[in-house]
Ligand binder design. Structure first.
Ligand code: FMN
Length: 153
């Protein structure tokens, strides 16, 4: 079995829907040899990433940047991950009421520092909540799982 860790902040019903959609994508019946595990960012540790074959990050945009919870995860684990997770495949989605660019920049800056490998165009679920966001998150989860299963990354 290969493993995807989903470190996603999901503080509202809509953001829980997005996280659940990502997990549904990973658990798609066509995917047989990959399993996903969701960890809330405040609970996540460096070991969760070190033991994973790929990472999916999820966050709200709050006050122009990623959630404090996701930032806290990186604050706690950055130096444990640095030099041990080079080229780790990752993807991320952002739930933003209005914007999303500051959060995207912040995540790209941190993951660039860690030298992780982006394997999916960042997904920004922006504006009023739209059920299509769930489809997009499910597709994200499925695509990453299929890529991990096929050894594409
Ligand atoms: C304190 C606070 C700050 C926020 N700041 C931003 C922001 O800077 N940019 C943005 O696009 N959305 C912002 N939002 C909107 C949140 O991103 C959005 O409410 C959150 O992703 C939850 O989505 P939902 O309302 O669909 O559950 C903010 C929300 C709160 C409560």
């Amino acid at each position: 079995m290969r493993h995807i860790v989903v470190i996603a902040h999901a503080p509202s019903p809509n953001t829980r829907r997005l996280k659940d959609a990502v997990m549904r994508g990973i658990a798609h019946p066509d995917i047989e040899a990959v399993e996903g595990r969701w960890v809330a960012p405040l609970e996540a540790t460096a070991d969760d990433v070190l033991s994973a074959d790929a990472v999916i990050l999820g966050t709200t945009e709050n006050l122009g940047s990623m959630s404090g919870a996701l930032k806290d995860f990186f604050d706690r684990s950055y130096y444990e991950l640095l030099d041990h997770t080079d080229a780790l495949p990752f993807a991320f989605y952002i739930r933003a009421g209005r914007d999303g660019t500051g959060t995207r920049r912040g995540i790209e800056s941190i993951t660039g520092g860690l030298r992780w490998k982006s394997v999916y165009e960042p997904l920004v679920c922006q504006g009023a909540f739209d059920p299509v966001f769930e489809e997009q998150c499910e597709e994200l989860g499925l695509t990453i799982a299929a890529g991990v299963e096929a050894g594409l990354f």
